[in-house]
Ligand binder design. Structure first.
Ligand code: ZN
Length: 389
């Protein structure tokens, strides 16, 4: 496919007026023989790299927010909300897990995400070519120091070059603050490790963390809901790699675009752009080319209306118009669909998301909605927003 007419983001601040050719799932800045003979004219649009959501629990995005904080730490929150034999968790668990995972994928796709880090075991459903987004595959994980007594064994069983992902320092009390020291004493901070939340990380921890191989995932609305505060601004503005994540609907306000808009209250647009592109690509050790648009990289794009601003500001002020993954259209707005060759729209299905609008997506939305409505009272809500076909 040839994509022409758009500005293409080359960094958070810069763009280039170049043509993009896609073929075999990759992008080229010059014509490639494997490229199908389709042309997509995106005059008036800005092509950004597909976003990377650094933290989600994909199976938990049909639930409402649970809990009544603030709590001193995540363990207190979990003890308060975990009642699997009562509504709404009881009804939610009757929706088959593969369906709930699909919805989690759709939530991410609708916010321009093309790759997501799922915090749980890698599920075979993610390998299905019809899954809405890519899911990070090479990682080790434990839930947390508190809920994973075997976390050290899990860490030791994780290949040395894979990131090990764990909820850590998720709290504002002594217990949460002490987790950094516990992790350091075991040597866990001397290998690639991703600390999710880190709200208890203090300024006094900074010298240690800067010497170690640590990345932090920041989930602002989830932290504010459960703990009443989020990462210290000194940590946010330090040189530690930080990626933005949504967490799931049981604690967060919405999707990755919602998080970006809240996060912009404390962090500038250029750093935020990196927090959803290059920084998660680095923290999760994704292959070269992820989190950017480069010759030979993956053909994962988010297209938005071009209002003449920088890519960083465009991301904060617009909604997705088109999302491509591996060079395939996964989501398209009705506006862009009108300009597309019909062959590009085959097998897409309509979906409407409250507050965002109508799209066509590559998922079997009508089947998903029918099956989900068997268990849950309509309207189906995805990360808090009503969703329909
Ligand atoms: Zn989480």
């Amino acid at each position: 496919m040839l994509i022409r007419g758009a500005r293409v983001a080359t960094s958070s601040a810069q763009t280039a007026g170049i043509n993009l050719w896609t073929g075999n799932g990759r992008v080229s800045f010059s014509p490639v023989p494997s490229s199908r003979h389709l042309t997509l004219d995106l005059d008036g649009s800005l092509v950004l790299p597909g976003l990377i959501n650094a933290h989600d629990h994909l199976e938990l995005n049909l639930l409402p927010k649970l809990g009544c904080g603030p709590y001193p730490n995540a363990s207190a929150w979990a003890r308060d909300i975990y009642h699997p034999d009562e509504p709404p968790i009881k009804q939610h668990l009757t929706v088959p897990k593969p369906l709930r995972l699909q919805w989690g994928g759709i939530k991410n796709l609708l916010s321009g995400v093309t790759t997501v880090a799922h915090h749980n075991a890698f599920h075979p459903a993610f390998l299905d070519p019809s899954f809405p987004v890519r899911v990070v595959k090479r990682y080790g994980w434990a839930h947390s120091l508190h809920f994973s007594p075997d976390w050290e064994t899990r860490l030791q069983n994780t290949p040395a070059d894979y990131p090990f992902v764990i909820h850590a320092a998720e709290g504002v009390d002594e217990a949460a603050r002490g987790e950094i020291q516990i992790l350091d004493k075991t040597g866990a901070l001397n290998r690639p490790i991703v600390l999710v939340h880190g709200v208890g990380v203090g300024r006094s921890d900074l010298p240690l963390l800067k010497r170690r191989t640590v990345g932090i995932v920041w989930c602002p609305t989830s932290n504010l809901f459960t703990l009443g505060r989020s990462l210290d601004t000194t940590i946010l503005n330090s040189a530690i790699p930080i990626a933005l994540g949504t967490d799931s609907a049981i604690t967060a306000d919405g999707d990755l675009l919602d998080e970006l808009r809240i996060a912009h209250r404390t962090v500038d647009a250029h750093r935020l752009y990196k927090m959803v592109t290059s920084e998660p690509a680095r923290i999760f050790k994704l292959p070269a080319g992820f989190g950017q648009i480069c010759d030979g990289g993956p053909a994962d794009f988010l297209v938005m209306n071009d209002s003449g601003q920088t890519p960083a500001m465009t991301l904060l002020e617009n909604d997705p118009q088109l999302v491509m993954i591996r060079g395939r259209v996964q989501l398209i707005s009705s506006e862009i669909a009108r300009r597309c060759p019909l062959s590009m729209l085959q097998s897409l299905q309509p979906i409407e998301l409250e507050g965002r609008g109508r799209y066509l997506v590559s998922s079997d939305v009508s089947h998903l909605l029918d099956e989900t409505k068997r268990a849950l009272q309509p309207p189906v809500r995805l990360a808090g927003k009503a969703v329909g076909a």
